[in-house]
Design a protein around this ligand. Sequence first.
Ligand SMILES: NC(=O)c1ccc[n+]([C@@H]2O[C@H](COP(=O)([O-])OP(=O)(O)OC[C@H]3O[C@@H](n4cnc5c(N)ncnc54)[C@H](OP(=O)(O)O)[C@@H]3O)[C@@H](O)[C@H]2O)c1
Length: 285
Amino acid sequence: MSSNGVVAVVGAGSMGRAILAGVVAAAGADVEVRVTTATHAGAARVALSSGVTIRDLESEPDANRIAVRGAALVVVAVKPSRVREVLAEVRDDLAPDAVVVSVAAGVSLATLARALPASVAVVRAMPNTPAAIAKGVTGLAGDERVTDAQWDLVRRVFESVGIVVMVDESRLDTLGTLSGSGPAYFYLVVEQMTRAACALGFSLEEASRLVTRTFVGAASLLEFTGATPAELRRQVTSPRGTTERAIAVLDDAHLDQLIVRACEAALARSRELAAEAEAEGGGRG
Ligand SMILES: NC(=O)c1ccc[n+]([C@@H]2O[C@H](COP(=O)([O-])OP(=O)(O)OC[C@H]3O[C@@H](n4cnc5c(N)ncnc54)[C@H](OP(=O)(O)O)[C@@H]3O)[C@@H](O)[C@H]2O)c1
């Protein structure tokens, strides 16, 4: 069976749905996009977002096998603990010249390759949730079997939902601690500043609005002026002014070291997950 104008996405939860728009855009009009989910309810969530063929395992136990048949590209977006089971299920139905892209955290290229026929190329992608609004950052690492044409297709998928950073696999988990987990760090700061605003006398509605718009505005300024964050920070920080006092408090608390420690903790966890995936044939999300 050789690949034709078909792309399959196995698993369409928050990440699968976020990158589906990129898959549809990169595939082009002539290419059939097939999506699978575990449940009928999961399939219904996808149905709202695009005109693709959707199957679920509840209604069709062979849904994954049917979806990958003849696909040039198969994106696997199930939880890490499900990846090996899904690959074992579909391996005999894959086109020999297919490329399989896994977005699962901590499941190595070697683990993926071992679960697949030798001719099938594998890529690991580490996207982040802003891909849902085409503002994602995706790290990509692949094995030596990925052809130029396959790289071109894979890159187009993820460039359709944001920017792509090509890295060696050894740096992919580190990248995950920055861009993959980064949105959560940011939301935590937004949450804490909203809480501080409430403690300082604002209603929750006022606090949410003023804090969210402050961060969105500051991020847009960073993007659109091209100035460095340090330059923009200095513009807000007059000598002997109010912001200077606040920043001194954050410096005294060693914010720089805290951020490094948080990334190191995330990296240690991703290594644990990789070891578990290797030992158990899965891992955890
Ligand atoms: N969330 C992030 O920020 C992020 C970032 C980078 C990478 N990732 C990776 O993305 C992957 C998915 O994460 P997620 O947050 O999107 O998880 P999720 O929301 O739980 O979605 C998992 C999807 O897989 C489907 N599924 C489960 N078993 C299946 C099977 N056997 N065959 C076909 N589909 C199946 C589920 O179907 P139902 O909808 O019917 O349950 C669901 O659509 C994970 O491996 C994670 O490591 C996530």
